[in-house]
Design a protein around this ligand. Structure first.
Ligand code: AMX
Length: 434
């Protein structure tokens, strides 16, 4: 079938049975102990979430339903021959666990297009905000402005049976994801282009329409957007944006509320805002040292950043311990399309210099670049110059991962989240032997 909802509906009973069997057979087994370091260290290393859509390996990086990024670049349908994957294909995979064919992706693209129009009041809400409001604040507020459309909230109010929760959550997920290109591009055009909006093109796919509605019509920019929107979707469940979405959704707050919460987390400089920070940082390097600084100059610049008590943006990760494959695939894209771009050369120079410096500090657990170290330079090259907007593009993609999981969270009947917290007193009394 080319109908995503019916393909998904068929899978749900199997997976519900599977989870029941797991609970019955292994419910009382231990999955690792919890140390005091973990309690005070941001829960690092605690396995405490079920997340079906993707899994992160510290060395190998992300796998979406078992597939690595290079595998997906090969196997997912593309818009042009040998082109980048269409994010709709990844969405199909995340929701169903199966690789879609071209017809299925085309049907999903068409379904999203049919739901894409933004109600007028949303732009009025955006325009009422202070003109200096950061695009991420506008994005999160725009998602909340759409919340009155929630079919889940309406169904809950009427008294829906909990076995049916996934169905209106699926509808909300589709409607919200469909509207994100229009919402994001409205923010972009309002903030940077005088509010001159561009209609969606009925012949374009979801990611290409995002580029198009922002004002970028050439094929290579649209290819970049397809790749960008594919690789930022999901990074298992514990990262701040995924976990915030999951946590808020667990209270049966609808997908608009829960995704907005995830965006608020993505807006933090240690998480999604790092892509904006990286670019501002590279600009500072260029302003101070010019386009072609020496390795030693770059080393000094990195040390100066560290000594001033700041982090090197785009490097490090809470789980990854090698170069992020999302960085690697953007590097491959750059080598193919913009090998001589001075900013790309600068990014490459940092790749040579930063890891050994971070290693030398003796405390950074992962000295390698993450996804955010590269994305800004590609966007710059294609004319998307406004770095304050970059995290919005990340957020548009992230919706696909976290909301696909939200459908499964409700289908599997996952409960409200409520981990235990303790005070310092409790720890001291427990272990001081007094
Ligand atoms: N530059 C300088 N110091 C860094 C660093 C970096 N890039 N990465 C980690 N460190 C420091 C930490 O601040 C911490 O210092 P402290 O002991 O003085 O507090 C120490 O090294 C140990 O931290 P860690 O266990 O290696 O990392 P973490 O899990 O606590 O944090 C992360 C992970 C991503 C927040 C951190 O690496 C960082 O701040 N990186 C820069 C910001 C960034 O690129 N964020 C984007 C991540 C990807 C994403 O979510 N989009």
């Amino acid at each position: 079938s080319t109908d995503l909802k019916s393909v998904l509906a068929e899978k749900i009973p199997q997976q519900q049975e599977r989870l029941k069997a797991i609970k019955k057979s292994y419910g009382s087994k231990q999955m690792g102990g919890v140390s005091v370091d973990m309690v005070i260290g941001g829960m690092r290393g605690i396995t405490g979430l079920l997340w079906e859509t993707s899994l992160l390996d510290p060395d190998e990086g992300i796998r979406f339903r078992g597939y690595s990024i290079p595998e997906l670049q090969e196997k997912l349908p593309s818009a042009i021959p040998d082109g980048e994957p269409l994010p709709e294909g990844l969405m199909w995979l995340l929701l169903t666990g199966e690789l879609p064919n071209k017809e299925q992706v085309a049907a999903l693209s068409a379904d999203l297009r049919s739901r894409a129009a933004l109600p007028d009041h949303v732009n009025a809400t955006l325009k009422a905000m202070h003109p200096n409001t950061h695009p991420m604040t506008q994005f999160s507020a725009g998602v909340l402005a759409l919340q009155p459309e929630s079919t889940f909230a309406a169904a809950y109010e009427k008294g829906i049976n909990k076995m049916q929760y996934w169905d209106p959550v699926y509808e909300d997920t589709m409607n919200l994801i469909a509207k994100l290109p229009a919402l994001a591009s409205t923010i972009y055009r309002n903030v940077y282009k005088g509010g001159d909006l561009i209609e969606a093109d009925p012949n374009l796919d979801w990611a290409a329409n995002l580029a198009h509605q922002m004002g970028f019509q050439d094929q290579e920019t649209q290819e970049l957007m397809r790749l960008y929107q594919t690789i930022h979707t999901d990074h298992e469940g514990g990262n701040v944006s995924a976990h915030a979405t999951h946590l808020v959704g667990s209270a049966l707050s609808d997908p608009y509320f829960s995704f907005s919460a995830g965006l608020n987390g993505l807006a933090g400089p240690l998480h999604g805002l790092a892509n904006q920070e990286v670019l501002s940082w590279l600009f500072r390097v260029r302003d101070e040292l010019g386009d072609t600084p020496s390795k030693d100059q770059v080393k000094d610049f990195v040390w100066a950043t560290l000594k001033s008590g700041r982090v090197v943006p785009g490097y490090g990760h809470a789980v990854l311990r090698k170069t992020d494959p999302r960085y690697a695939c953007q590097r491959v894209f750059a080598m193919k399309h913009l090998p001589d771009d001075p900013m790309f050369r600068l990014v490459s120079l940092f790749y040579e210099v930063v890891p050994s410096i971070l290693q030398e500090t003796g405390k950074v657990k992962n000295p390698w670049p993450n996804v955010d170290a590269h994305s800004g330079v590609l966007l710059q090259y294609y004319g998307i110059k406004e770095q304050n907007f970059y995290t919005v593009l990340f957020g548009v993609s992230r919706a696909i991962g976290v909301l696909s999981q939200a459908v499964w969270s409700r289908a599997l009947g996952l409960p409200i989240e409520r981990p235990k917290s303790v005070t310092m007193d409790v720890i001291e009394k427990k272990f001081s032997g007094t």
